[in-house]
Design a binder for this molecule. Sequence first.
Ligand SMILES: Cc1cc2nc3c(=O)[nH]c(=O)nc-3n(C[C@H](O)[C@H](O)[C@H](O)COP(=O)(O)OP(=O)(O)OC[C@H]3O[C@@H](n4cnc5c(N)ncnc54)[C@H](O)[C@@H]3O)c2cc1C
Length: 292
Amino acid sequence: MKPASVEYHKATSIADAVDVLSSTEDEDAKVLAGGQSLVPMLSMRLARPSVLVDINGLTDLDYIRRDGDWLSIGALTRSRAVEKSAAVRDAAPLLSEAMGFVGHATIRNRGTIGGSVAHADPAAEAPAVLCALDAELVITGPAGARTVGANDFFHGFLTTAVGPDEMLTEIRVPVLPAGTGCAVEELARRHGDFAMVAVFAAVTVGDDGRCTDARLALAGTNPTPVRAREAEAVLVGSGLTAETIAQAAQAAAGVTNSANDIHAPAEYRRDMASVLTRRALRRAASDANVVV
Ligand SMILES: Cc1cc2nc3c(=O)[nH]c(=O)nc-3n(C[C@H](O)[C@H](O)[C@H](O)COP(=O)(O)OP(=O)(O)OC[C@H]3O[C@@H](n4cnc5c(N)ncnc54)[C@H](O)[C@@H]3O)c2cc1C
């Protein structure tokens, strides 16, 4: 199929993009970033906006900056740039590792981290890893900029806190503390496919060997990315042992809420959430120099 006809607007600034988004009747203008999700949806007529607002010329949205304890990433930064950035690897290695699972290199060369987050596919890596990292998302609209925590940003399947007259402009990631180990474990039919289940884990270990902080997020298992809070609570204050990790893995499986679909029954995803959580936690512990 071919896309339906659509008016094309090349944005000259963030203000110009917001102006077009907010002045389009029926609120059906769409931002065009890397086009890796939107263009196939247009071609299949799953999306039929009347106006496309192309933000690819907004180079002021393409940056990665370390500012003290925060990493700021412009929404138009290509996924491959985030994956390969030394600043990201240093401040948030979980994010670097996660971005390597997004499709194939050619898709990451064009697709943007902002597009991936705004699209909010429940099986996508960027939304879930940003939940694990307690990232903040900066949304800009006619009333100016506002910030929403990643864990409040994803409202449902392909639905976020971004209003029809707004756009995502920046992703802010707190730097992980020293003594933190990270790991991503993902199950997909083929490398580069969307995850059937993915687990993003970060554990911080204190001088006495106990876990002082744990973050666990899952993708592919719920209509939105989800934090496994009960599993995190099992770990915090305890040693990272085979027993506590097994207990946390069981608790993580309990948060899954998927329907049976053409890829897998819900029960299989739940079991895989437990298996992958165990693997991710063992690897994260080892990354934090704990022998399990
Ligand atoms: C073959 C294939 C395999 C893929 N595999 C994976 C995978 O394994 N994991 C994964 O996570 N992704 C995967 N993707 C999707 C890919 O990561 C997309 O690049 C990403 O989902 C969208 O980013 P984009 O910049 O291309 O956004 P676009 O396609 O341009 O836009 C996507 C949506 O987000 C909106 N949008 C974009 N930017 C903004 C913004 N700044 N503010 C507000 N709204 C915005 C658009 O209006 C649109 O609704 C795959 C894609 C393909 C084609």
